[in-house]
Design a binder for this molecule. Structure first.
Ligand code: PGA
Length: 251
């Protein structure tokens, strides 16, 4: 059975004391046991978050990593460095990484390999831009992102992968895909994986939706059969909202 997952992507928010505060608030919330809850603080807070959440059931993920194991890559962080501070999940290919830091499908394929080699779980993000949807090529764009970034992996490695479909036009805009649009794309993603790999793999991979998920719309989106959870940006910075989103799913 695939897992239900709600992950909070803090992006470049929260210094150490703000992170301490948010984590303390989160630990006080009653979170559904049916859902794997994950938070993604910035690099500087990863170790603290890991220590702080050790006794809880909340997992911690990094927002990015470099594809090389070590070396002269100023400003970068490797998979083994993440592991050394207790982190075994990493978000890869977020649309902001693709748009502002030039991350391509080919680069992401290397990052996916590095994550798998280091025994990390990768939350692999992808999604079309508004223009793609207007031109009716959103399915093609998503298929290319998946095939170029991910489809080279060995079938046995799919247990390391969580997918996050995030239409770029819905991220941070307040504009959500309708539950029907999310379901239509998630179903397409699952069918694409079934064709490229197998039905079993397609049925077991969790596919999260991301883009302006809020307490008010979470239950409806998560209610769709191929939506296995969410990647939450803005609303994850408020413990009550984030908990409400988790519990919209788990109850
Ligand atoms: P948002 O961000 O919830 O603020 O739209 C989602 C994301 O970027 O993962």
């Amino acid at each position: 059975m695939r897992r239900k997952i709600v992950a909070g992507n803090w992006k470049m928010n929260c210094d150490l004391s703000e992170a301490e505060h948010l984590l303390a608030e989160l630990k006080r919330e009653n979170l559904s046991k049916e859902v794997s809850v994950i938070v993604a603080p910035p690099f500087t807070n990863l170790h603290h978050a890991f220590e702080s959440l050790k006794e809880s059931e909340i997992f911690v993920t990094a927002q990015n990593m470099h594809q090389a194991t070590s070396g002269a890559y100023t400003g970068e962080v490797s998979a083994s460095m993440l592991r050394s501070v207790g982190i075994n999940i990493v978000i890869l290919g977020h649309s902001e990484r693709r748009a502002y830091f030039g991350e391509t499908n080919a680069l992401l394929a290397e990052k996916v390999d590095a994550a798998i080699t280091a025994n990390l779980t990768a939350i692999f993000c992808f999604g079309e831009e508004l223009e793609d949807r207007k031109q009716g090529r959103h399915f093609d764009v998503v298929k290319t992102q998946l095939s170029e970034g991910l489809f080279h992996i060995d079938p046995s490695k799919w247990s390391h992968i969580v997918l996050a479909y995030e239409p770029v036009w819905a991220i941070g805009t307040g504009e959500t895909a309708t539950p029907e649009q999310a379901q239509e794309m998630h179903q397409f993603i699952r069918e694409t994986i079934a064709t490229a790999f197998s039905k079993t793999i397609a049925n077991e991979v969790s596919i999260l939706y991301g883009g302006s998920v809020k307490p008010a719309n979470a239950a409806e989106i998560f209610g769709k059969p191929d939506v296995d959870g969410g990647l939450i940006g803005g609303a994850s910075l408020n413990a009550k909202d984030f908990a409400a989103i988790v519990n919209a799913f788990g109850n």
